[in-house]
Design a protein around this ligand. Structure first.
Ligand SMILES: Cc1cc2nc3c(=O)[nH]c(=O)nc-3n(C[C@H](O)[C@H](O)[C@H](O)COP(=O)(O)O)c2cc1C
Length: 339
């Protein structure tokens, strides 16, 4: 990075560094940058300054020259002007965005980002960028949905003309950047589609048979359904699908009186994301005392997710009538998703 900066400017002549975010993937080069640009002043939020001090105390951060900024503060850099916008909890307390006034570019930090690695620079040069942005939103920003709505309002009130959005991850939005702003407003409002997800794991195939029969029922009801195996499918994609659906079913075999370990990990992750307006149903196979369903219900008890339909338990291998029960559950879930 320093080699590339050096091609444009002698680093020792750098006057200002904008630190939009403390997290290590954004800030870990700072100690090295300050070595080659010792006179530079760092612009960060108050929390940003505190966070950088906590991360880089051993790198001599206490000797760095900070200026803390708030929303609306400006910095003149010759022909151009930078304006700072605090973005608290998008997605850390210190987060900040920077707006380049003369060129109408928003350096949006984590917001509007995507986790894709590409040599391409712009949104119109890569396929499915919106899907990548949705995966990013679902996995990183869902818990802060109400903050996002408020932030969009604040930025709206500032009346900024935004021609380009340059996030800190992924490609730059230059082709109608309003579309990603609108998508954020939609995702943050919890808007969902008429879709059912069936999420499960299985050791010996019984819970899987149930999952497939439930999915068949959903399909028979005329509703879209997606099946997810917790060890065969990618969880980031699963969370994105879950953000979009209205109803989901969770299936786990009983292991050692409780749910299967992947389901335990998944529910810990899901709870933290606090998705809005979701309905959930439970199923699973057991051998003797059971326990998986009880534990799954316990895990989601104090969330805003609504439990629908009676849980379906099957002892060992499901028989024809058990699978018909699963199919019926699927039909009901499909109807709930469309109601
Ligand atoms: C390691 C292991 C531990 C298990 N522990 C329990 C248990 O504590 N209680 C129970 O009811 N069944 C228990 N079972 C039985 C399974 O729940 C049962 O075989 C079930 O049908 C497995 O579903 P699956 O085919 O979807 O994996 C256990 C099975 C295994 C392999």
């Amino acid at each position: 990075m320093i080699e590339r900066i050096s091609r444009i400017v002698d680093p020792s002549k750098i006057d200002y560094i904008v630190a939009n975010h403390v997290e290590m993937d954004h800030s870990s080069a700072l100690p090295r940058v300050l070595e080659v640009a010792p006179n530079a002043k760092i612009f960060a939020t108050e929390r940003g300054k505190t966070g950088l001090n906590e991360y880089y105390a051993e790198s001599g951060c206490s000797g760095w020259n900070f200026e803390t900024v708030k929303t609306g503060d400006e910095l003149k850099i010759g022909k151009r002007t930078l304006m700072f916008i605090e973005a608290v909890m998008l997605h850390w307390p210190d987060s900040m965005q920077t707006y380049l006034k003369e060129d109408n570019i928003l350096f949006s930090n984590d917001a509007f980002g995507q986790h894709i690695a590409t040599s391409k620079r712009f949104d119109d040069q890569v396929e499915d960028v919106m899907e990548d942005a949705a995966i990013y939103f679902a996995n990183i920003l869902t818990p802060f949905s109400s903050r996002i709505l408020k932030h969009l309002e604040t930025v709206g009130k500032l009346g900024l003309q935004i021609d380009m959005i340059a996030p800190s991850h992924g490609v730059i939005w230059r082709n109608d950047p309003q579309r990603i702003i609108d998508a954020y407003a939609k995702w943050a409002s919890g808007a969902s589609e008429q879709k059912v997800l069936v999420i499960y794991d299985s050791m010996w195939g019984s819970t899987e048979m149930m999952a497939k029969a439930i999915a068949e029922g959903v399909r028979a009801s005329g509703t879209e359904v997606v099946l997810f195996h917790l060890r065969k499918n990618d969880w980031s994609m699963l969370i994105k699908e879950l953000m979009e659906c209205r109803v989901f079913a969770l299936g786990s075999p009983t292991m050692h009186n409780g749910m299967f370990f992947t389901m335990g990990g998944f529910l810990t992750y899901l709870k933290g994301l606090r998705p809005k307006d979701k309905k959930v149903s439970f199923f699973g196979s057991y051998g003797w005392g059971g326990g998986a369903i009880r534990q799954m219900e316990e895990a989601l008890k104090n969330t805003k997710m609504e439990f629908v339909e009676e849980p379906l338990k099957v002892k060992f291998r499901p028989e024809r009538q058990d699978l018909e029960g699963c199919r019926q559950l699927g039909i009901k879930l499909g109807e709930i998703a469309r109601s």
